[in-house]
Design a protein around this ligand. Structure first.
Ligand SMILES: *[C@@H]1O[C@H](CO)[C@@H](O)[C@H](O)[C@H]1NC(C)=O
Ligand SMILES: *[C@@H]1O[C@H](CO)[C@@H](O)[C@H](O)[C@H]1NC(C)=O
Ligand SMILES: *[C@@H]1O[C@H](CO)[C@@H](O)[C@H](O)[C@H]1NC(C)=O
Length: 457
């Protein structure tokens, strides 16, 4: 990142993990319903980022990344890991499962030269425990190939993992257990620290690829996978909070000062008046056995200014081989649509935008308009998605026409790569999700969203 944004750096120092109105999660394996965990989400802008596609790989070769000069990036969550706790910032990612942090085996004086918090120092934690390579837990993570030999009777045979993202980025190291510290608040008692033992996470010694290194990853030490699989943070904590559900609001990061967004694990508090006043619209979460981490939704129709685009519905759906489909991914910045859906959308946007093209289109974008002289809120075509079950997602124009330079706005929707390149499926990225409350209810297999639900959280 060429120029880190000050507001987000300042926010970092005031982070707390808040656990509201609940017994500490370590108190029992199944905390009562109605308890939840609330974590602030920080936005990390990045001046020269890749267009990230961080979902778990479904095919061996999958170069879908391209670069674009675009000032948006990731939402980060702070996690306090180990004994004593070490603070780490992780990218909140609904497109993958594994929770992992960059790890360092460093000990002694040499370590202090590193920037504090640049990696998890496993040797400085008394509660760090690698899983044994023969354990059931070790079967939950992808292993390096060929898998390392595992001697069942040898005590110190750590479980090695190798986790690949769809652009070929990789994290590999030891799959381990650690204690997480949560600052808890309950209705009656004052704030207290709770310790949650046994969070399964990847201690990443080898990390490579554009999604997990370089400028787009600057400021974060790992990924908090919130996907649908058993090892994700949402699944591991959801089980302890009695409901496999989480929700978040991604607030508009272009506002100053940056508003705080939250990730909530478990049931949202019932005192959340704004959410109560604006009920969620629901669409079923669809499952793909070949990509079990992803939260798939069904798109039925796409409209621009109320005009239904002539797109065959099969463009949006999963086929029998598990190809295609549409996922919601907080770890991907822009929205990617399958090519046969993208072309008519681009054509309709061009036809209806009614603003002059920008003199120099920003690389990586197909449609950029000059909004100089179009007023503070230029009129842009309205985009809406009709979802399975009848819910309609009608995002504000700022979610798909983003500021790229002074007076220049570009369509922040891109064509998804071909299926043969690990693409072929559509991704609703985090810019498109801004300003909505999203509730991922895995137990009931549904996704809820509300345009007005963000106010109280
Ligand atoms: C990462 O950010 C720091 C400041 O937070 C900056 O000094 C450094 O140059 C950045 N690195 C990259 C690769 O962008
Ligand atoms: C497994 O480890 C045990 C104890 O360290 C050792 O006695 C045994 O020879 C090892 N087996 C193999 C196949 O390496
Ligand atoms: C936008 O239009 C104004 C005139 O209305 C012009 O001065 C400016 O150079 C244009 N900018 C771009 C990037 O096209």
């Amino acid at each position: 990142m060429a120029a880190p944004s000050l507001p987000s750096l300042l926010l970092l120092s005031s982070l707390l993990l808040l656990l509201a109105a609940s017994p500490p999660p370590s108190a029992s394996a199944a905390a009562s319903r109605g308890s939840f965990l609330k974590l602030p989400l920080l936005h990390r802008p990045s001046r020269t980022p890749q267009l990230l596609r961080r979902g778990r790989s479904r095919s061996a070769a999958s170069p879908v990344t391209s670069a674009a000069p675009f000032g948006a990036g990731q939402y980060l969550v702070a996690l306090h890991l180990g004994t004593p706790p070490q603070r780490l910032l992780l990218v909140a990612d609904t497109g993958s499962d594994l929770v992992w942090a960059r790890c360092s085996a460093c000990r002694g004086a040499g370590c202090s030269r590193r920037a504090p918090g640049s990696a998890f120092l496993a040797r400085r934690s008394s509660s760090f425990r690698p899983h044994h390579c023969y354990s059931a837990s070790c079967r939950l993570v992808p292993r390096p190939s060929p898998p390392p030999r595992c001697n069942r009777t040898r005590l110190h045979s750590a479980c090695r993992y190798e986790y690949t993202y769809s652009d070929g980025s990789l994290s590999s190291g030891f799959f381990a257990r650690e204690t997480v510290s949560l600052h808890t608040t309950s209705a009656k008692t004052k704030a207290a620290a709770a310790r949650l033992k046994g969070l399964a996470f990847g201690c990443g010694f080898r990390v490579s690829g554009p999604s997990v290194t370089g400028s787009s990853f600057n400021g974060s030490q790992g990924v908090m996978g919130l996907g649908r699989g058993p090892i994700s943070f949402a699944s591991q904590l959801g089980r302890r909070f009695g409901s496999n559900k989480f929700s978040y609001c991604l607030k508009d990061y272009t506002l100053l000062p940056s508003p705080t967004s939250y990730l909530i694990i478990g049931d949202r508090p019932s005192a959340d008046n704004a959410a109560a006043a604006s009920p969620l619209a629901f669409t079923p979460l669809l499952a793909n056995p070949l990509a079990p981490s992803f939260y798939y939704v069904g798109i039925k129709r796409v409209s621009v200014d109320g005009e239904r685009l002539p797109i065959d519905p099969s463009v949006w759906s999963l086929d029998d081989l598990g190809n295609g489909g549409t996922i919601l991914d907080s770890g991907t910045t822009l929205t990617f649509l399958a090519e046969p859906g993208y072309r008519p959308l681009l054509a309709a946007m061009r036809r209806r935008v009614g603003l002059p093209a920008a003199a120099a289109a920003a690389p990586g974008f197909d449609l950029c308009v000059n909004v100089t002289g179009a007023g503070r809120r230029p009129r842009l075509p309205r985009l809406s998605f009709e979802m399975e079950g009848g819910a309609v997602l009608a995002p504000p124009a700022g979610n798909y026409f983003i500021d790229v330079a002074k007076g220049v706005r570009c369509l922040a929707v891109r064509p998804a790569g071909a299926a043969a390149e690990g693409g072929g499926f559509s991704v609703i990225g985090n810019v498109m999700q801004q300003g909505f409350l999203w509730e991922f209810d895995v137990d009931r297999s549904r996704l809820g969203f509300s345009r007005r639900g963000c106010a109280a959280s």
